[in-house]
Design a binder for this molecule. Structure first.
Ligand code: ZN
Length: 458
């Protein structure tokens, strides 16, 4: 039986797309191109995923798993002879347990859908990122997504208690642990979290929920120096007594990008500061939290650590502040972006940014540069936009300028987006030979035929 007939038989006619139909679908976030693959299947449940994998294993067909297609490292690209397995029909929130504070979900549930569902129980799933409206929980786990509240709650890895995985040969491994503490042998879920679909297909998850914070205080802050930005982080973290929930930095050009036309965002403070910070505190006592937040801000202003600030007066203000930070799509106007997602020590960040900015004109000529990121996590996003006709020639030069300084102190070529295809050549900047050898050992043990998202990461 050929591929089309066999896979149609497993998932049903309407859940199978042939190559021509696949090519009409967008390749995803910040991508101008469309998908390609021999076929796309949309299984309805774990059993169908398992049957698809068993058939692909027997017939040596490569499989690329898709969630919400919000990744930025070409981790979901398929070759023309591979199939795409999309989890878009596996969207059930199976259980929310307010006492144990867990949610059990299928992998295709959209992040924002779960955030809203658990709020009904006065709980929070604290993973949050700009792509919340499309990114799926399976994808978040497969890429160990980071986002805006890592400073308080950690990355996705810290929020997953259990998973169910379909292995390359179709075997279903159910490890749907509900316990916070479980040291009974190897913690298998961590093999798959952050493996970018190369070791198994995550089909269901048990996620850890938290009590929902009921108050949010935010400020948009202008600062004169990077030393002040770093000092302000320590000041707020120390003063807010554990309620600091986000600390986002923006160099001036990013602030201009999101507060000037064609962007629709309004600038909350003047546009001439070299650095901006979005700081957020979440707690449970409106009066007390507001007093503490405001007095922390006053102290920072009085001591000259910060020079200007707009403090939120309402939920609408908080929403408007976050919209500015999340309006990264603006980088698509007027050229093609080369996107980076690096980790480096806070003490190196400003030097890195200065040297990079200074080196760009000689290396690539005309361009735009934006730097912003999750300062509290040591994670910067660097985006260089070039003219479409310059993209292919400029990209390797820009990559070399970003990655060579990182090698000196083994910073990370990927803080949160993963390796995919984009960063593959640079994995050795961040990982040693024996680390990469062990990754290869795991890959060949779990996927002996190399059919799961082949060619990604390693
Ligand atoms: Zn980020």
């Amino acid at each position: 039986m050929n591929l089309t007939e066999s896979l149609r038989r497993i998932v049903g006619d309407t859940a199978f797309l042939g190559a021509a139909d696949v090519a009409t679908r967008s390749a995803g976030c910040l991508r101008p191109d469309n998908l390609q693959a021999a076929a796309l299947v949309r299984p309805a449940n774990t059993d169908e995923v398992s049957q698809v994998m068993r058939w692909c294993f027997e017939n040596n067909i490569g499989v690329v798993t898709h969630g919400g297609l919000t990744g930025l490292v070409h981790g979901g690209d398929a070759k023309p002879d591979e199939i795409i397995l999309s989890l878009e029909r596996m969207r059930a929130i199976e259980d929310i347990d307010p006492m144990q504070r867990t949610a059990t979900v299928q992998a295709g549930v959209v992040l924002q859908t779960l955030q809203e569902a658990v709020e009904q129980h006065d709980l929070a799933f604290p993973l949050d990122l700009g792509a919340r409206g499309s990114a799926t929980l399976g994808g978040n786990a497969a890429t160990n997504a980071g986002g805006n509240r890592v400073i308080r709650y950690g990355m996705t890895r810290e929020m997953v208690l259990g998973i169910e995985v379909v292995m390359a040969d179709g075997t279903i491994v159910s490890s749907l642990n509900h316990l916070i503490k479980n040291n009974a042998g190897y913690d298998l879920k961590h093999l798959f979290i952050g493996s970018e679909g190369t070791l198994g297909i995550i089909t269901r998850l048990v996620l850890r929920l938290r009590e929902k914070p009921t108050t949010t205080n935010m400020a948009f802050v202008g600062l004169d120096s990077f030393t002040a930005v770093a000092g302000f982080l320590k000041h707020m973290d120390r003063t807010l007594g554990g309620t600091l929930s986000a600390f986002e930095v923006m160099w001036q050009s990013f602030y201009h990008l999101v507060t000037m036309a064609p962007a629709r965002g309004q600038p909350p403070i003047a546009q001439d500061y070299p650095y901006y910070v979005l700081v957020e505190s979440q707690g449970a006592d409106r009066e007390l939290d507001t007093r503490r937040f405001n007095s922390a801000m006053e102290a920072a202003l009085e001591s000259g650590l910060i020079v200007d600030a707009a403090i939120s007066q309402s939920d609408a203000d908080c929403h408007a502040f976050w919209s500015l930070r999340d309006d990264v799509e603006q980088v698509m106007h007027g050229g093609l972006p080369v996107v980076f997602d690096i980790s480096l020590p806070i003490s190196e960040m400003d030097n890195f940014a200065d040297n990079f900015r200074a080196a760009l004109p000689a290396a690539i000529g005309e361009h735009k540069l934006w730097i912003f990121g999750h300062l509290g996590d040591g994670n910067l996003h660097v985006i260089v936009q070039v003219r479409p006709q310059d993209y292919m020639a400029s990209r390797p030069k820009i990559e070399a300028l970003v990655y060579s300084p990182l090698a000196a102190f083994r910073g990370s070529v990927s803080a949160e987006h993963g390796i995919g295809l984009e960063k593959k050549a640079y994995l050795k900047v961040s990982r040693g030979e024996t680390e990469i050898a062990l990754m290869r050992t795991l890959k060949s043990a779990l996927d002996p035929k190399g059919i799961l998202n082949s060619g990604k990461i390693l």
